[in-house]
Ligand binder design. Structure first.
Ligand code: AMP
Length: 376
């Protein structure tokens, strides 16, 4: 069986690395000839809307998935006429537009920040009056890693934001005074079987994910159940197959949905070593119609992203329990080049190892990530 993948970045690369052990083959379509997945699989270079390339991908594949959520929905639908595409293109469509996504959450009874669509200066003023300041303004489409968004605290910010972003379709959201940022990762098989990994706490800097820590005891089983309920409703509604991530703000006992990613997710990379079955393997199992694997955690783990500059490999690997994943990408500021998962047998041991690792992985900000400490 050959799996076609739209997108040839590190997510596609790690999907393939998991799928090879099951004997699958992989073919990727990506506009970049230097794509990271090209080192481990057959990379076809072409635009995502090039019908000739898409037809070729369909011919070579038994099933197609995607690792990049800004693939044109039209391309996913075109492919879906030729070969099964999972997750379903409808999931791609919802997640590409922040307004549709929030309306979708709202219809399913999943709490969201207050929000309003904005396409004129008058609508912006009306939205700010209704929602109040502080607020966040975002482009509805093509925003990622904090790009295409600004925080509004004063009237002057509102005017500045309109200057900077007014040309695009926008959404204004209330700024949620969250205590923690969490994500829930879930997988659904073709037969509707659904499994969840434990909630993950995520810490961002400059809009980019730095650290993910699963299985903190800072939240209750009730919060886990609530997050699972949200993900289950999203997946059942969409007839979903594959891995889904939902990013959530935790405010007290409440979980407020920020956005969803219809794909494997950076906050699930720890599952390669830290869970019985990784998000990548379960994604492959799901789209092939195979039984899903257990999502239970194996000991204690945390993931540190490698951003901008690869640390010396020998120093990372000298830390007991550390596993380096380098994506084979050229270094440049702000670019995700890899991640390190560190594993341990107890929380104290995990924290000691993170303390050792953090200054090696991120020498510019060697302060310990807050996320490793439980609440209180
Ligand atoms: P996003 O691109 O929507 O994932 O936003 C990037 C980051 O901005 C999030 O991880 C949050 O830290 C912050 N953020 C986005 N939207 C909100 C919001 N409505 N309230 C508070 N913080 C937000």
């Amino acid at each position: 069986m050959t799996v076609g993948v739209l997108g040839g970045g590190q997510l596609g690369r790690m999907i393939a690395l998991a799928g090879y052990t099951l004997g699958q083959r992989f073919v990727f379509l990506d506009p970049g000839a230097e794509s990271s997945a090209g080192h481990v699989g057959n990379l076809r270079v072409g635009a995502y809307d090039d019908e000739e390339r898409l037809s070729e991908l369909a011919r070579k594949s038994d099933v197609v998935t995607y690792e990049f959520e800004n693939v044109p929905v039209g391309s996913a639908r075109f492919l879906n006429e030729l070969v099964p595409v999972y997750p379903p293109p409808a999931a791609l469509e919802v997640s590409q537009d922040r307004l549709e996504e929030k309306q979708f959450f709202e219809r399913l009874g999943i709490p969201t920040p207050a929000f309003a669509p904005v396409s004129s200066r008058e609508e912006l003023d009306a939205a700010v009056t209704r929602i109040g300041l502080p607020a966040v303004i975002k482009t509805r489409r093509f925003g990622y890693d904090g790009k295409g968004q600004m925080v509004l605290r004063t009237e002057a910010d509102v005017a500045r934001a309109w200057e900077a972003l007014g040309a695009a379709s926008l959404i204004v959201e209330g700024l949620v005074p969250f205590e923690r940022e969490l994500s829930i990762l879930a997988v659904r098989g073709k037969d509707g079987e659904t499994r969840f990994w434990p909630l993950v706490e995520n810490e961002h800097r400059d809009g980019v994910l730095r650290v993910s820590v699963p299985k903190s005891d800072a939240w209750s089983p009730e919060l886990q159940r609530r997050a699972e309920g949200h993900a289950a409703r999203v997946m059942a509604t969409l007839g979903y197959v594959g891995v889904l991530a939902i990013e959530l703000f935790m405010t007290g006992a409440e979980l407020v949905a920020n956005e969803m990613a219809p794909r494997v997710h950076n906050s699930g990379h720890w599952t390669i070593e830290g869970a019985e079955t990784s998000q990548f393997e379960n994604h492959v199992r799901a789209i092939l119609g195979l039984p899903l694997g257990s999502t239970r955690t194996v000991g204690w783990s945390a993931m540190l992203n490698v951003i901008g500059k690869l640390p010396p490999k020998a120093r990372v690997l000298a830390v007991e329990g550390a596993h380096l994943h380098a994506y084979g990408k050229d270094a440049s500021p702000g670019r995700k080049l890899g991640h390190v998962t560190v594993r341990a047998e107890s929380r104290d041991e995990l924290h000691a190892r993170i303390r050792e690792l953090a200054p090696i992985v991120d020498p510019d900000a060697p302060a310990l990530p807050k996320a490793i400490w439980p609440a209180g």
